[in-house]
Design a protein around this ligand. Structure first.
Ligand SMILES: [Zn+2]
Length: 482
C-alpha cells in the first residue's frame, strides 16, 4: 500500500513546534501535510503531492495530547459511586476502603477499556499509558483503537486491608506478587513486539508501599535492561506517606533515591505528598530537588485527587524546580482537556497566584512533558519528522467563539466539545466526533449491567458486609411515596 498524503490547507491556526527554541508557537494560515510515516510539512503552502485535502479555514490544528497515567481496568464502572465519600481516619481518601471494593469482571473489562480509550481520544489524546491488570483482549483492543499505547500491567506483593474503617494494613503474599511480576514481564515483551509499532510495555510495580524494596529494585533493573519505562504510584496519599515513615522514616523520593531507582526512565504516579507539602510533617524541602536532579518524571492527575479534597502544591512550583511533569487522567472522566483545565486551576489555588501556571505551561506539560516522560522526541509536537499524531479543533463551535487565542478557548471553555478529528500515525481514530475503530456506544450500554454486577461483588467484598447504599448513599434520597 502506498503512503497517501493528507494536507490540511490553509489552517486558520496551527500550534507548531519551533525547533530553535524548543517551544510551541502559533502559526496562522498554514498548511500541515502528513502521511502514515509522519508529519511532512508545517508552514507555507505545501507543494508536494496531496492525495486528500482538508479545508482548514475554521480549524485549529494541535499536536495529539500525551496521557501518562490512566487506568482502564475498572474505573469506568466506579462512576457515580464514591464521589461523596471517603475514610475519615485516612485523610478522607476513598481509595482503600471504597474504590478497592469495585472490580470489573472479565466480561466488563473490554467495555471499561473501550470507554476509556474512546473518551480519551475524543478529548484529543493520541498516546496513553494504561496501568491495569492484564486481560485477554487488553493488548488487541489497545492496538485496534488506533491509539499509541503504553501498557503497564501492575503487580504487587501486598493487598490493602482497612480495619474497622480506620487503619490501613497490608496483607503480604510475596509468592503471588512474584507470579504477577513474571506474567507482567512476559506481557511487556509481547506488547513491544506488536507489529503495529504503536504499542509498548511499561514495567509497573503498582504502589511503592505494596512492593518490597527488593522487588522494586529488581523490576527497575529488568526495565532498564529492556530500555523500557517504569511507573509506580508514589506519594499519592497521606496514608502511604505515613506508612513509609513508619517503615523507614523516609519520604517516597528519599526511599527511591536510596534504592538507586530514580532516573529519567521512571514516572511517579502523582507525587503529591512530598516533604514540602503542607499536610506532611517534614519541614525539609529536598524532594523536588531529588526528582529534578535525577530527571524523574511526575504523572500529575489533578481531578481524582481534587475530588477528594487533595491538591499537589503546586504544578507551577514543580516545573520551576525543574521537575518534568506529564499529565494523566487517572480515573474517569478520562477527559484530558478537562484535566488540563483543572490542573491550571489547582496550580493557581495551591500556588496562591494566577501566575503559578499559564496556558502555555499546561499545554507544554500535556504534550512535551508527557513525551519526555516516555523518552520520545517524535510525539507531542507538530514538526517535520514527528509522528503524524494530530488533533483538529473546530473553531466554528460556539464554545470556541470568538477566536482571539484558540488554545485558551479550548482549555478554559470548549474542551472536548470542539474536537472534530483525531489522527494517529496519519490515520483517523476520531472522525466528525465519532470514535472510528471501537464500539464506543455498545460499550456504554454494557457498563450498566457491569456496574450492577460490580456492586453486588463489592457488597460481598466489604469486610463489614455493608450494602452499597450504606457504604455510599446516593446524592439525593428518594422521594417518599404519597
Ligand atoms: Zn493511578
Amino acid at each position: 500500500m502506498t503512503d497517501t498524503t493528507t494536507v490540511i490547507r490553509n489552517a486558520a491556526w496551527v500550534v507548531a513546534w519551533e525547533e530553535t527554541t524548543s517551544q510551541h508557537v502559533y502559526r496562522r494560515d498554514a498548511d500541515v501535510a502528513f502521511s502514515a510515516s509522519g508529519i511532512l510539512h508545517v508552514g507555507e503552502r505545501y507543494e508536494g503531492r496531496a492525495d486528500h485535502e482538508i479545508p482548514g479555514a475554521s480549524l485549529l490544528v494541535i499536536p495529539g495530547l500525551v496521557n501518562v497515567h490512566c487506568h482502564s481496568g475498572d474505573e469506568p464502572i466506579a462512576k457515580g459511586l464514591f464521589e461523596d465519600t471517603g475514610t475519615a481516619a485516612l485523610w478522607g481518601n476513598a481509595l482503600y476502603e471504597y474504590s478497592a471494593l469495585v472490580d470489573s469482571d472479565a466480561d466488563a473489562k473490554v467495555a471499561c477499556q473501550t470507554i476509556m480509550l474512546g473518551d480519551l481520544m475524543r478529548s484529543g489524546v493520541t498516546t496513553l499509558l494504561d496501568i491495569a491488570s492484564p486481560h485477554d483482549k487488553w493488548l488487541d483492543l489497545a492496538a485496534e483503537s488506533g491509539l499509541r499505547a503504553y501498557l503497564a500491567p501492575g503487580f504487587r506483593e501486598a493487598e490493602w486491608r482497612v480495619v474497622d474503617s480506620h487503619r490501613l494494613d497490608f496483607e503480604w503474599n510475596k509468592a503471588k506478587g512474584r507470579e504477577r511480576y513474571a506474567e507482567a514481564l512476559a506481557f511487556v515483551d509481547r506488547a513491544r513486539a506488536h507489529p503495529s509499532g504503536r504499542i509498548d510495555g511499561v514495567v509497573a510495580p503498582s504502589q511503592i508501599e505494596t512492593c518490597s524494596e527488593t522487588l522494586i529494585q529488581e523490576a527497575v533493573g529488568e526495565a532498564r535492561q529492556r530500555g523500557m519505562r517504569i511507573t509506580i504510584h508514589a506519594a499519592q496519599t497521606m496514608a502511604e506517606h505515613e506508612e513509609l515513615l513508619r517503615r523507614s522514616g523516609e519520604t517516597a523520593p528519599a526511599l527511591l533515591e536510596r534504592l538507586g531507582v530514580l532516573g529519567p526512565d521512571l514516572i511517579l504516579g502523582h507525587s503529591i505528598f512530598l516533604d514540602h507539602h503542607s499536610w506532611t510533617r517534614q519541614r525539609t524541602m529536598d524532594d523536588l530537588g531529588r526528582l529534578a536532579v535525577s530527571g524523574t518524571s511526575v504523572a500529575h492527575c489533578p481531578v481524582t485527587f481534587a475530588r477528594s479534597g487533595m491538591i499537589l502544591e503546586s504544578l507551577g512550583a514543580y516545573r520551576r524546580a525543574g521537575v518534568n511533569v506529564g499529565i494523566g487522567t487517572d480515573s474517569y472522566p478520562f477527559n484530558m482537556l478537562e484535566e488540563m483545565r483543572e490542573a491550571v486551576i489547582c496550580s493557581r489555588i495551591s500556588g496562591r497566584s494566577v501566575f503559578d501556571l499559564d496556558t502555555a505551561g499546561i499545554f507544554s506539560a500535556a504534550t512535551i512533558g508527557g513525551a519526555k516522560a516516555l523518552g520520545r522526541t517524535d510525539i507531542g509536537r507538530l514538526a517535520p519528522c514527528a509522528k503524524a499524531d494530530l488533533v483538529l479543533v473546530d473553531l466554528a463551535h460556539p464554545a470556541m467563539q470568538p477566536v482571539h487565542d484558540p488554545l485558551r478557548n479550548l482549555l478554559h471553555c470548549a474542551a472536548e466539545r470542539a474536537i472534530r478529528d483525531v489522527f494517529v500515525d496519519g490515520r483517523a481514530v476520531v472522525k466528525d466526533r465519532q470514535v472510528v475503530h471501537l464500539d464506543y456506544t455498545g460499550a456504554g450500554r454494557e457498563l450498566q449491567d457491569a456496574q450492577k454486577r460490580a456492586i453486588r461483588q463489592a457488597e460481598k467484598n466489604d469486610t463489614r458486609g455493608r450494602s452499597l447504599e450504606s457504604l455510599a448513599p446516593r446524592s439525593l434520597r428518594f422521594a417518599a411515596r404519597v
